[in-house]
Design a protein around this ligand. Structure first.
Ligand code: ARG
Length: 448
């Protein structure tokens, strides 16, 4: 009994189950499969059960396997044999499918709001630090200076794609399965459109076997979640790196760090690390669901009861991680002087020196080689590029004899990268405008 029951985890579907059952009995009455008087009593009973669930008074009993049978049992205790009419023209197979669709749709709406909030946080930070430069990295080696705002807005666009994927999974969740019965449909004259309308579904499953055997919408949601967590994990990793003594670019507010039980000096970025770490369980749930489904013959199989815990855990993980991350970012302090020092690195401007020679007629390959030699020389001599005098520079290329100091100014280097989507302040301003428009336009999806 303990092994086969799902009550310990599917009780969180209780309110969705009641909603589904109320729509179902209303349809049964509309089709005169039950009487209006019976409908009134059934709805009254279901509402009492709902109150018991909300007020934590519901007497869960594992002998009735799952939340669906627990609710029906409770209703029958209250109404007598009439409670037994609730399940007319319905199987637990289409019932559990309906509940899961309702639940997933609702949580997609909640998660999308959290994503929206995190995007707003990215925009606010980009505006707050609009004048701050940071070394941009490739291979975790300093590459070129960029605006911190530009770096942060990268996460805005990642989240935007996450929201697109979420909206896609919502479309697949927006299919109403009830009326499929156990597998083949029902001989009762049910009105599936009516149930769909009452519950806010846009579409019906057109095949009863598909209705009870489809878990694509769960797999799609978990895929969205896995990609999202990969994004959050990259951000978590950057926060961990940036708050280390080695980087020292940011300080994370004490509320989101912990001390060490042994080392008094420690301030550990636990929240950022845990967001990175929790990515593993979300990937695991996706893989578990894909594996559960891959060998199943049509239609319902008990294996499918295993669709719940990984999904619920993933939803809980996202609903915890997203707002925490937004709060932590809102309270982050950026160490401007440390960043100014990091950016004050002539080598970050090497590309610009190479581009300068290209503007004076060299090919890019030649100029790349020439500047490379000049940097190697500086490394050998322990000099910075700006310390080479005109004569010394001339030895690498005659065009370098001119004053190139503006090319070594990170602010000017950043300002020069004004291509669309580039890091110049003017380009980032355009980017911010687009990002804000997207947030303003994106009305709440009516399917949630
Ligand atoms: N507890 C089951 C689940 O979560 C409900 C459906 C069971 N259906 C059945 N015919 N045994 O999948």
């Amino acid at each position: 009994m303990n092994f086969t029951a799902s009550l310990s985890f599917d009780r969180r579907l209780g309110l969705c189950d009641i909603r589904g059952s109320i729509a179902h009995v209303e349809m049964l009455a509309a089709r005169q499969i039950i009487t209006t008087a019976e409908l009134t009593r059934l709805i009254g009973g279901l509402e009492e059960v709902r109150t018991e669930i909300i007020e934590n008074r519901f007497p869960y009993d594992i002998r009735y396997e799952d939340i669906h049978m627990n609710i029906e049992k409770r209703l029958t205790d209250k109404l007598g044999p009439l409670g037994g009419k609730l399940h007319t023209a319905r199987s637990r197979n289409d019932q559990v499918a309906l509940d899961m669709h309702l639940y997933v749709k609702e949580e997609i709406g909640n998660i999308d709001s959290h994503l929206h909030q995190l995007q707003e946080t990215m925009i606010a930070l980009a505006e707050e630090y609009s004048d701050v430069l940071i070394p941009g990295y490739t291979h975790l080696q300093r590459a070129q200076p960029v605006l911190l705002a530009h770096h942060l807005l990268t996460y805005f666009w990642m989240l935007q794609r996450d929201r697109d994927r979420l909206a896609g999974s919502l479309q697949r969740a927006d299919l109403m399965p009830l009326g499929a019965g156990a597998i083949a449909g029902t001989g009762f004259a049910v009105d599936r459109e009516l149930v769909a309308n009452k519950l806010g579904f846009g579409q019906l499953y057109e095949n009863s076997i598909d209705a009870v055997s489809d878990r694509d919408y769960i797999i799609e949601f978990l895929s969205f979640a896995a990609i999202l967590m990969m994004h959050l994990s990259r951000l978590g990793e950057e926060l961990v790196l940036w708050s280390s003594t080695e980087f020292g670019f940011i300080e994370i507010d004490d509320a989101y760090t912990t001390g060490s039980s042994m080392m008094p000096q420690k301030k550990n970025p636990d929240v950022a690390e845990l967001i990175r770490g929790k990515t593993g369980r979300v990937y695991g749930s996706l893989f578990s669901m894909l594996t559960i489904m891959k060998g199943l013959p049509l239609a319902y199989n008990k294996d499918m009861q295993e669709d719940k815990e990984g999904l619920f855990d993933t939803i809980d993980t996202l609903k915890a991680s997203l707002p925490l991350l937004a709060q932590m970012l809102q309270k982050i302090s950026v160490n401007r002087s440390r960043l100014a020092d990091a950016v004050d690195d002539d080598n970050l401007c090497a590309t610009d020196l190479a581009d300068y020679l290209v503007r004076h007629g060299s090919t890019f390959r030649d100029s790349h080689h020439i500047i490379g030699k000049m940097i190697a020389y500086c490394l050998r001599e322990g000099l910075r590029l700006r310390e080479l005098d005109s004569d010394c520079r001339r030895r690498f290329h005659p065009d370098l004899a001119a004053d190139v100091s503006t090319l070594l100014d990170p602010g000017k280097v950043v300002a020069a990268r004004s291509s669309r989507g580039g890091t110049a302040p003017a380009a980032v301003k355009e980017q911010l405008k687009l990002a804000k428009q997207l947030l303003a336009n994106k009305k709440r999806n009516p399917l949630y």
